[in-house]
Design a protein around this ligand. Structure first.
Ligand code: HEM
Ligand SMILES: *[C@@H]1O[C@H](CO)[C@@H](O)[C@H](O)[C@H]1NC(C)=O
Ligand SMILES: *[C@@H]1O[C@H](CO)[C@@H](O)[C@H](O)[C@H]1NC(C)=O
Ligand SMILES: *[C@@H]1O[C@H](CO)[C@@H](O)[C@H](O)[C@H]1NC(C)=O
Ligand SMILES: *[C@@H]1O[C@H](CO)[C@@H](O)[C@H](O)[C@H]1NC(C)=O
Length: 328
């Protein structure tokens, strides 16, 4: 009996970090990338912001135990997942777009394409569909068997972070200062809540004063959007052109018009300022560095056992579990 279970488990779970490569599904599911692109396009037509929201999932998935779809797991009675972690709760959105992609892929090629790979393909598509660069992604990731709210809480950075802190954080993932600045350029699309900026509008670092690096007329605009004591779920664009992936984000930072403290600090601190200036002047330099950063971030893997989930929100039922149930 126990040997039967072991056999099933070893079939269902691959135990080593898989080498990632382009065109991983070219034999097993040749339509995979087109299907992802099509669903993302439809999602964008329904709600423009949804593609930005999906792109953000790659960051929050890959930084916590590697790109393994752990972020997508719903909580269970035995496991606190990452969806309710500090940086994710009431903030990450558009999980249903990932579900829609998964459903389409399961119809075309059941049990083949991992949720972790879906996130990486969809993030690339979000950028390409918003006017940014297009690139070839490496694929072949497996989905985790668990998730860790605690790990997410420890790792994911707060919008209050300064550049020094972010440099150190990214270094832990072998991402350079240039990678940090380029990847922050993802904030060229999407929105953020007043919740994420009221401290810098009214009480930066506990001073009782606003962040002095905010350009005054921009601060007036933000004060109107996010009045003291107002509704903190109200959202504003992360840059002046929040549906177009371009280098406007960096032009804004140079003018003191960054939305988040973690954005503006990239211009305030000398370690990151030159990259901000360069990207503000040269959009192709930004696009090249962004693609390089996304590929490096996509390479992060935990090396733990995994599987191809049938439903991105839940771990597959182990054949062993079914056997145990039947035997009882
Ligand atoms: C460098 C450190 C980073 C910090 C501190 C940070 C923080 C944040 C915060 C606070 C928000 C708004 C959340 C809210 O108000 O609900 C946000 C939104 C967003 N972030 Fe980041 N982020 C960082 C890096 C990244 C990276 C590396 C990516 C992707 C490659 C990314 C993609 C996005 C996107 C696309 C949005 C908008 C999402 C939407 O409209 O739903 N961020 N980020
Ligand atoms: C940056 O943030 C870290 C962590 O919050 C803090 O310890 C440090 O003093 C800050 N650095 C500067 C120069 O403000
Ligand atoms: C960073 O690179 C070092 C040396 O190549 C490697 O040992 C380490 O595992 C890498 N860290 C991550 C998080 O990938
Ligand atoms: C500002 O923040 C500090 C420290 O976090 C706190 O002690 C103070 O009460 C805050 N002031 C206001 C006006 O909220
Ligand atoms: C802009 O950056 C690209 C690298 O992506 C470089 O080839 C080009 O020479 C740069 N242009 C200028 C005007 O510096």
């Amino acid at each position: 009996m126990s040997s039967t279970i072991l056999l099933f488990l070893s079939l269902a779970v691959s135990a080593v970090a898989s080498p990632l490569r382009p065109k991983f599904y070219s034999e097993s599911c040749p339509q995979a990338e087109q299907i992802v692109r099509d669903v993302m396009k439809k999602a964008m037509e329904r709600e423009t912001r949804s593609v930005a929201s999906v792109m953000r999932l790659q960051f929050h998935d890959c930084f916590v135990n590697g790109c393994d779809g752990s972020l997508l797991l719903d909580d269970t009675p035995n496991m606190l997942g990452e969806k309710l972690a500090l940086s994710n709760i009431d903030s990450l959105r558009s999980y249903e777009v990932v579900d829609e992609i998964k459903e389409a892929l399961e119809k075309a090629c059941p049990g083949v394409v991992s949720c972790a790979d879906i996130v990486v393909m969809a993030s690339r598509d979000a950028v390409a569909l918003s006017g940014g660069p297009n690139w070839e992604v490496k694929l072949g990731r497996v989905d985790s068997l668990t998730a860790s709210q605690e790990a997410s809480n420890k790792i994911m950075p707060s919008p209050r972070s300064n550049a020094t802190y972010l440099i150190d954080l990214f270094k832990r993932f072998n991402l350079s200062v240039k990678d940090l600045v380029a990847l922050s350029g993802s904030h060229s699309i999407g929105k953020a809540r007043c919740f994420s900026i009221v401290f810098r509008l009214y009480n930066q670092s506990g001073t009782g004063r606003p962040d002095p690096t905010i350009e005054p007329s921009f601060r007036e605009k933000l004060d109107k959007l996010c009045p003291r004591g107002g509704d903190e779920s109200v959202v504003g664009g992360l840059d002046a052109t929040p549906v177009i992936f371009d280098n406007q984000y960096f032009k804004d930072l140079v003018k003191g018009r960054g939305f988040l403290n973690s954005d503006q600090t990239l211009f305030t601190f000398p370690e990151t300022r030159e990259y901000v200036k360069m990207f503000s002047l040269n959009q192709s330099a930004f696009f090249d560095a962004f693609v390089e950063g996304m590929i490096k971030m996509g390479d992060l893997q935990s090396g733990r056992p995994g599987e191809v989930r049938r439903n991105c929100r839940v771990v597959n039922k182990r054949p062993g579990e079914a056997l145990i149930d039947v035997d009882r």
